[in-house]
Design a protein around this ligand. Structure first.
Ligand code: IPM
Ligand code: MG
Length: 368
């Protein structure tokens, strides 16, 4: 059988640095776990714009459609701020999401015990936190038509359309319920059914889908209350199901609860391919961090944990995924810290590359 294929798109800013560390883990898996990946690498975001004049070339798009999974670093940077909207680095990422039809975005917010004091909330509010946000990713306000800036009388008007079809709501809801069955069997759906028709429909469809999952406990919350509850008592949640725009906001909020954006991975999944696995793109939640790019200060853990999600959801390698996750936990427990995880003065941070080496050393120790 052919080797599983992986397209790596390091992107901009710290993307290439953190991806170099992911490569070490991929190589370790090849050497120690009997799975060798066919890895190819290409450009996205500002890096693609610099080379091709577009944030994602048609060739790269075609490659992304053909591989088993895509792993992306980060896109964007101040250098590209003045570009036309259609050429901005972010458009490359949005094109991948839309054309691969990656409708279900999984964003875990997990608090690593060794890092609980980094949260701006009290330790007991966040320790042991393990939430999964399922964000709809290919519709809603991000893509709804009509959209644009139009002339209206003597002024301009900016328009975006918050639009959801029943089938769009249903498929992402199903992915949330399926996931909940493998976790704590709770789904809390968040919308604004008190003010938006799309929210009313969202709630109706989720209620209907829930009937197919009687073992899962379903609840509904207005998204503003959801934001408040996330900060007040986050451990009440297991899976949070929400739309594209609310999910963008709520997932940043949830990420910060853990105190360490540099630790959080994500998966964006689409419909099953011929091999039964979903179309998929994996990326860290953090951005391109242009202020620290190229200095060896970035934390590669979020990107390494994104690879772990790929192992689990795209390659049926759940044991290997768990091993990678345990290696990252061990490194943290051993006190290895990149600059973003510094707490007290006088501690000295390790570099991006040292962190990658530490994860590989932990893999060796755990697998021995
Ligand atoms: C995210 C980001 C993106 C989004 C940007 C970079 C387009 O904020 O993945 O959450 O808004 O979806
Ligand atoms: Mg965001």
């Amino acid at each position: 059988m052919a080797n599983p294929s992986l397209l790596i798109l390091p992107g901009d800013g710290i993307g290439p640095e953190v991806m170099a560390e992911v490569r070490k883990v991929i190589d370790w898996i090849g050497a120690n776990r009997g799975t060798t990946f066919d890895v190819s690498e290409d450009l996205v975001g500002g890096a693609a714009f610099d080379a091709h004049g577009a944030p994602l070339s048609d060739e790269t798009m075609a490659k992304a459609q053909a591989v088993d999974a895509v792993l992306l670093g980060a896109v964007g940077g101040p250098k590209y701020d003045d570009l036309d909207f259609s050429l901005k680095p972010e458009r490359g990422l949005l094109r991948l999401r839309k054309e691969m039809d990656l409708f279900s975005n999984l964003r875990p917010a997990q608090c690593f015990d060794a890092l609980a004091d980094f949260s701006s909330l009290k330790r007991d509010v966040v320790s042991g936190l393990d939430i999964m946000i399922v964000r709809e990713l290919t519709s809603g306000s991000y893509f709804g038509e009509p959209r644009g800036i139009f002339e209206e009388g003597n002024q301009r008007v900016g328009i975006n359309t918050h639009r959801y079809t029943e089938s769009e709501i249903e498929r992402v809801a199903r992915s949330a319920f399926e996931l909940a069955m493998r976790r704590d069997s709770k789904v809390c759906s968040m919308e604004k059914a008190n003010v938006m028709e799309a929210g009313i429909l969202w709630r109706e469809v989720v209620t209907e889908v829930a009937k197919d999952y009687p073992s899962v406990d379903v609840s509904h919350m207005y998204a503003d209350n959801g934001a408040m509850q996330l900060v007040r008592a986050p451990k009440q949640f297991d899976v949070i199901l929400t739309d594209n725009l609310f999910g963008d906001i709520l997932s940043d909020c949830a990420a910060m609860l853990t105190g360490s954006l540099g630790m959080l991975p994500s998966a964006s999944l689409g419909a099953p391919m011929d091999n039964g696995r979903p179309k998929a793109l994996y990326e860290p939640v953090h951005g391109s961090a242009p202020d620290i790019a190229g200095q060896g200060k970035a934390n590669p853990c979020a990107c390494i944990l994104s690879l772990a999600m790929a192992l689990r959801y795209s390659f049926d390698m759940g044991d290997d995924a768990t091993l990678v996750e345990r290696a990252v936990e061990k490194v943290l427990a051993d006190g290895v810290r990149t600059a973003d995880l510094m707490q007290a003065d006088g501690e000295s941070p390790v570099s991006t590359s040292d962190m990658g080496d530490a994860v590989v050393a932990a893999l060796n120790a755990l697998a021995a």
